[in-house]
Design a protein around this ligand. Structure first.
Ligand code: ZN
Length: 231
């Protein structure tokens, strides 16, 4: 009751609007309205059948399985959500998506008892200070909660504040990029089943580099997921 009153006061002071269509949100709606929520382009990819996200990594890096929650498009609500998450201080977008996808993924009983640790693609500490949070953390933490496993952002470290986007097949550049990420302690993740998480998979370059670094630890098995994938 008190919460409702406070919410009402809050929505008068700062009316909450849908990220997708800008209508005012009703009580009980979070971040996006029910219509936009129903319109979100879920992939239906889980870690069961082979899917197009798996195929992005074929022949590039040895991962066990890959998946993504949503399809990304340049002018869509998914882009809006991720833009707000990254640049508008709306960290709860990650919580919202992580709670949703976590509930979907935990239906996969095999996965539920397989993953030992969930690791977000890291930000460089300078970028982390600027943004105040890693935009992947809240999503990854909620996945860890639903899959009943650990979350850690201390095993994989980004060493320089540069972008990782690159073209495939340029070996010299690849070597430089590979050094962008390091393991804090390879022994800490040996023998582990790791779920690596990012916001958007486009070319797969960032995931490929991070997964290759995780694979430097002995006997790791790597799974990959993201909030969205560019189809
Ligand atoms: Zn809406």
């Amino acid at each position: 009751m008190l919460t409702n009153i406070l919410n009402d006061i809050n929505s008068v002071l700062a009316p909450r609007v849908c990220f997708g269509c800008n209508v005012h949100l009703n009580r009980g709606e979070k971040l996006i309205c029910t219509i936009c929520r129903n319109d979100l382009p879920l992939t239906d990819y889980t870690f069961n059948d082979e899917n197009p996200v798996d195929r992005i990594f074929f022949g590039r890096i040895n991962i066990k399985k890959a998946s993504s929650m949503l399809f990304f498009s340049e002018n869509g609500i998914v882009r809006e959500l991720i833009h707000h998450l990254k640049y508008k201080n709306q960290e709860e977008v990650g919580t919202f998506l992580g709670d949703w996808y976590g509930q979907i993924l935990k239906e996969n009983k095999e996965l539920l008892h397989t993953i030992d640790v969930i690791i977000p693609v890291p930000l460089h500490k300078k970028k982390l200070r600027q943004r105040g949070y890693n935009q992947v953390s809240s999503f990854a933490q909620r996945l860890a909660f639903h899959l009943n496993t650990d979350y850690s952002d201390t095993f994989l470290i980004k060493t320089a504040n540069t972008k990782t986007q690159t073209k495939k097949g340029r070996i010299g550049r690849w070597q430089n990029i590979k050094d962008l990420y390091i393991l804090s302690d390879p022994n800490a993740i040996k023998d582990k089943n790791i779920l690596l998480v990012d916001d958007v998979i486009t070319t797969g370059a960032t995931m490929e580099i991070c997964a290759s670094v995780l694979a430097q630890a002995p006997n790791t098995t790597i799974y990959i997921t993201s909030m969205a994938v560019v189809p």
